[in-house]
Every structure is written in structure tokens, then in C-alpha cells.
Design a protein around this ligand. Structure first.
Ligand code: SD4
Length: 345
């Protein structure tokens, strides 16, 4: 890249004014080029990130560690049916719920599970992979056997009523087309934020946090894309794609069409951009730019969003499409606050 082009790129992340937007009762707050917050802090993708943050904040606010906090965030999401990231989530096209998750601390310790069935808390299995095996990622039957050996219960293979209804509806046409911002379009009555259609919520939760000692950690938990092919694994359990954390720099997570995130090693790209001086929002924007430039026509039809937290307490996000949001909880926002990310289109 010539010097002129290199210098141009950081300017792409300069602040633009974004109007405050209201979706039903879900009020998203406008952002500048970055949001500087007090530590400790937990930040999660989407409006339903509030549920995840509510799991993490009791730990962080009592001076607990970031790794414990993000695991608790994942478990809170997996426990909440309206979050749709655990066993209540939408199945693959054959009617099986298959879950992906990973967890990482700022020292490069990490673990993940993919294509995991009938286990309620994939994030905790991911942590066991990290702590009790020499490996980083266990998949499918092997991951399930490992989980059971570690004391996790094998749950019945049943769909939630909502998932079964949506799957049957989907079977009528059997067309795989990821829906943009599906995570924020469906909201159950239990969720703190509502949309005009009263529907709820979510199929991926990414959480990044910094504790009182300045240590970073992150996790992702998901059922992946609804009605995917059996065996499909997305970006969420893949270190450097759905999650990357480095105590020297910051933490980043992603949501949206995982295939696009994997192709550009999304969150690793974000962290490396931050390492060389970009703000979290600029870094997220650069990762989005790489997705868009690969196929600008296709990019119009899909959503990918990145969310990052720097070690100095700056938060930034950027997405291809409007509608990506993130939730922040700390001493300034103990009940959590939802912010809108800026977007390419
Ligand atoms: C995946 N990135 O499996 C996930 C899907 C997602 O909100 O983020 N949905 O590709």
C-alpha cells in the first residue's frame, strides 16, 4: 500500500453524527467515534447483551476476574430462552440444535466447542477445554463426550416450542437465507427491549470484559445461523474469527454471517489494527471494509458486525448494515445501556 492510501484509511473512522433511533421501546444511544468508559466494564453484542451483562456485572463489580465474568455472561444468555443462544435456539435444517462457543483470556489461553448437541452450557465446556485439555477446540460427538465426562448433563434432544414452530414454517420453502439483524428483530416479552412486532431476539452472544485489575477476557456462545446445513460451524467458536483477546491491546468479538468473518480472520484483524494505533471503531470499520470489498454486491444482502474494547477503556463497533447494537454495563451504567453501531451502508 502506498503512503497516501495508508494515511487515508484512519480518516474513514472519523466521527459522523448518528441520530438517536428508537425501535419500539428499544432506545439506542448515538455514539461518537468511540466511547470511553470506566473499568471494570462488560460489553456484549446486540440489545439482548443486557442479559449477558447482567450475568457478568455481579462478578466484575465485586472485583472478580474477567474470565469468570464472561463465562457467567455466556451462561446467563444460555439460560434465557428469549436469548435463543442455548438449547432453546433455532435448529439446523434437519431440526437439530447444534451449538458453538469459545472463551479466551488476554494471555492467549483459550478453548472452544463446535457442533455440540444436547449440552446446556457450551461456554462452560469451552472453558473446560481451555483448562483441562491440551487442545483449543473440540467438536461434535467428541465435544459432547468430553462434556459428559466433565460432569455436564446430556439434555433431551427436543426443540423449544418457538424453534419448532419456526423450523416447520421454514421447511415449507426450505430456503437458506440469513436474515439481516435477526438478532434484534425478535424480542420476547421477557426481554428488556422490545420491537414493534413484539418479537424477540437472538442467536449469538459475544461478550468482552475488563476487570478491576485491567485483565481482559471474552466469550461467544451461539446456535449459529438458523437452518444451516448439519455440521456447519461458524465464526463463533474460532479464535481469531469470532473472538480475540490480547491484554496488550484489547478484546474483540463479532456477530453476523460467520463465513464472512472467518474469511478475513475478523477479530484478529480488529485487534491487530488496534495494536497499530487505530481506535476500536476504526479497527472494526477496517474489518468490515475487508468483508465489503471482497464482494460489494453480496455485502448489501448480509450483516456482519464487530465490537471491540481497548485496554484503555474505549469501546467501538461497526457493522455492514444499520441495526447492529451493543450493550455496556459498568459503574456508569449499572443496569446496562444499549448503543447503536455505525454502519457501512
Ligand atoms: C455464525 N456468527 O454462526 C454466527 C451467527 C450470528 O447472530 O452471529 N448470529 O455465523
Amino acid at each position: 500500500m502506498d503512503r497516501r492510501k495508508f494515511l487515508e484509511i484512519p480518516l474513514l473512522g472519523l466521527p459522523l453524527l448518528v441520530a438517536e433511533r428508537t425501535f419500539g421501546q428499544a432506545k439506542r444511544n448515538p455514539i461518537g467515534s468511540s466511547l470511553k468508559v470506566k473499568m471494570p466494564v462488560v460489553v456484549s453484542t446486540w440489545d439482548s447483551g443486557i442479559t449477558a451483562n447482567n450475568g457478568a456485572w455481579p462478578i466484575l463489580s465485586k472485583r472478580g476476574g474477567a474470565l469468570d465474568a464472561v463465562e457467567a455472561a455466556g451462561r446467563a444468555s444460555e439460560d434465557e430462552p428469549s436469548c435463543c443462544v442455548g438449547l432453546a435456539a433455532y435448529p439446523d435444517r434437519d431440526g437439530n440444535v447444534t451449538l458453538d462457543s469459545c472463551i479466551m483470556n488476554g494471555n492467549g489461553d483459550c478453548g472452544g466447542v463446535s457442533f455440540l448437541e444436547r449440552i446446556k452450557h457450551p461456554v462452560s465446556v469451552a472453558r473446560k477445554v481451555m483448562e483441562n485439555t491440551p487442545h483449543v477446540l473440540l467438536s461434535g460427538k467428541g465435544a459432547q463426550e468430553f462434556a459428559v465426562a466433565q460432569g455436564f448433563t446430556l439434555e433431551p434432544a427436543v426443540l423449544s416450542a418457538d424453534a419448532e414452530k419456526e423450523w416447520k414454517k421454514w421447511l415449507e420453502k426450505s430456503k437458506y437465507k440469513p436474515e439481516i439483524n435477526i438478532e434484534n428483530k425478535k424480542v420476547s416479552q421477557a426481554a428488556p427491549y422490545f420491537f414493534d412486532d413484539g418479537s424477540a431476539n437472538h442467536d449469538t452472544m459475544g461478550t468482552i470484559a475488563m476487570d478491576v485489575d485491567g485483565k481482559l477476557a471474552g466469550m461467544v456462545t451461539t446456535s449459529g445461523m438458523a437452518f444451516k446445513m448439519r455440521g456447519r460451524v461458524g465464526d463463533s467458536p474460532i479464535i481469531g474469527a469470532g473472538l480475540f483477546v490480547d491484554n496488550e491491546v484489547g478484546a474483540a468479538t463479532s456477530s453476523g454471517v460467520g463465513e464472512e468473518v472467518i474469511r478475513i480472520c475478523g477479530t484478529h484483524t480488529v485487534i491487530e489494527q488496534m495494536r497499530f494505533g487505530r481506535t476500536p471503531e476504526q479497527a472494526c470499520r477496517e474489518a468490515v471494509r475487508r468483508v465489503v470489498k471482497r464482494d460489494p454486491t453480496k455485502a448489501k444482502q448480509l450483516q456482519v458486525g464487530f465490537l471491540a474494547l481497548s485496554k484503555t477503556g474505549e469501546i467501538g463497533a461497526f457493522a455492514i448494515q444499520k441495526g447492529f447494537s451493543y450493550s455496556v454495563t459498568n459503574s456508569q451504567y449499572p443496569k446496562g445501556k444499549v448503543f447503536a453501531a455505525r454502519s457501512w451502508f
